[in-house]
Design a protein around this ligand. Structure first.
Ligand code: DLL
Length: 440
């Protein structure tokens, strides 16, 4: 049962503004947020002073290019509260995701920030055909990760019956889906595919026995082929949804039922595409690194946040009636971050674990694959030939220690394979430590 292509729009007063009106609104909001950052956040003040810019120099969107960038490393260095632009007592929520080291990166949200984020996800659900008649099954993880709570808040806002399943426990997900008659699904695209496969393996015919009509899938890169697969397996419309903790969580951008790119919530964020090397702005239509400035956030607003995600922005009008620009699929990253089972993983986190374990050398290979639509992570680690006694129980101890530390630092489980000393390939140049066999 696919959603009728209705193109309902939750907030047409913002989603369908004229381009001139959007730009003007963005300019007004930008001026306010720049002043807020300058007055409250030391690193922004220092960086603007170093560039000789005062808040009053920023008159509109055209002046964005003079502002300093923000990077994930800034969130790490200022962890946890150094970037707050509101008093701590105004923060009602902390959300987080993996950083480049063991520490997560966190963002603080005021009540207004939570409300804005909720509105963004609600817009996404409505764009995917959602109404108060729907039963929305949320199988993103609940917790610091923004997926679960984000989708939950958005579904509740549109008045849908919200089912907070969180991730995993596939049999139970399917039982609830069937018994409750869930009509919409929110999860990662790889989990949607896995759910679909399992449903088919169980002999369930989605057309006859389930009531699903559509879903909002994101948190990891996926492809048109994967969309086709999910739509076929579950007999639904599969829409892409994008977001990141630093900006708001899911809902920063979302697809409508036209499924031709994700509408960016431009009344809350200003997107730019830059050349990742020269850091110059690139025109829409050119592939480059996506950069966001939040213009309504109070708790931890971001000026020119470098997402490291590569995509193209399309400013052509969309048949759905929304006038906001659309971002295409994420086609890569400008850094070495991988998204494995929806979790952001940096090789540096894995390396920090390996060097902390006795009995192994700092040589390793990270092998990522996709089996039955689920990402797998194997880490091959070289034994240290010199200070090592290789009794079976010693090997088991080392394997367990690495596996446990990886789980706690990176947040996902990995298969650990110990290999002989000096057996992994050495390179003369940049070491190749990651083999990603996934085809998305
Ligand atoms: O993944 C927020 C989210 C939750 C988005 C649920 C959509 C649905 P983080 O954990 O901070 O936040 O990871 C953000 O994930 O910079 C991208 O690299 C990747 N990502 C998120 N959505 C998509 C998508 C959430 N639709 C990082 N397509 C981002 C491709 C995505 N990559």
């Amino acid at each position: 049962m696919k959603a009728p292509k209705t193109h309902n729009i939750l907030s047409p007063e913002y989603e369908c503004m004229s381009r001139d009106a959007i730009r003007q609104l963005q300019g007004e909001r930008l001026r306010k947020v720049v002043k807020r950052e300058y007055d409250n956040v030391p690193i922004y003040r220092e960086r603007m002073d170093a560039k000789g810019i005062k808040p009053e120099d920023i008159k509109g969107v055209e002046d964005l290019r003079y502002l300093p960038f923000t990077n994930k490393t800034d969130l790490r260095d200022e962890f946890p509260f150094g970037l707050l632009a509101a008093p701590k007592s105004e923060i009602v929520r902390i959300q987080g995701s993996s950083g480049t080291t063991g520490k997560p990166i966190v963002s603080g949200y005021t009540q207004n920030d939570v409300d804005v984020w909720t509105e963004m996800v609600a817009r996404a659900l409505v764009a995917a055909g959602g109404t108060k008649e729907d039963i929305v099954q949320v199988c993103y993880g609940y917790g610091l990760f923004t997926g679960g709570l984000g989708a939950h808040q958005g579904a509740t806002k549109i008045g849908a019956m919200t089912v907070p399943m969180s991730s995993g426990n596939t049999q139970r997900q399917i039982m609830m889906m069937k018994e409750l008659g869930s009509t919409m699904l929110c999860c990662t695209p790889s989990y949607a595919t896995y759910l679909g496969e399992t449903i088919r393996d169980m002999g369930i015919d989605p057309k006859k026995e389930l009531k699903l009509k559509s879903g909002c899938f994101g948190a990891e890169p996926w492809s048109e082929e994967m969309r086709g697969k999910i739509e076929e397996l579950l007999d639904i419309d599969a829409c892409d949804i994008y977001g990141l903790t630093e900006i708001a969580g899911p809902g920063v951008a979302f697809e409508c039922l036209e499924k031709k790119g994700m509408h960016i919530n431009e009344d809350h964020v200003i997107p730019e595409i830059i050349d990742p090397v020269t850091e110059e702005q690139l025109p829409y239509g050119t592939a480059g690194e996506l950069v966001f400035t939040t213009i309504t956030k109070e708790g931890m607003p971001m000026l020119r946040y470098r997402t490291h995600d590569i995509c193209v922005i399309n400013a052509e009008p969309c048949a759905c009636g929304r006038t906001t620009v659309r971002m295409g699929r994420i086609t890569g990253r400008t850094d070495d971050m991988m998204v494995i089972r929806g979790v952001n993983v940096f090789p540096s986190q894995i390396e920090s674990v390996i060097v902390s374990v006795k009995g192994v050398a700092p040589f390793y290979m990270i092998i990522v694959d996709r089996v039955n639509y689920t990402d797998t992570l194997e880490i091959q680690v070289e034994l240290d030939g010199e200070n090592f006694s290789d009794t079976v129980s010693d090997l088991e101890k080392i394997r367990n220690e690495i596996a446990e530390k990886i789980k706690s630092v990176v947040g996902i489980s990995a298969k650990i394979t110990l290999v002989n000393a000096k057996s992994l390939p050495r390179s003369e140049g940049k070491a190749k430590r990651v083999i990603d066999n996934r085809k998305i």
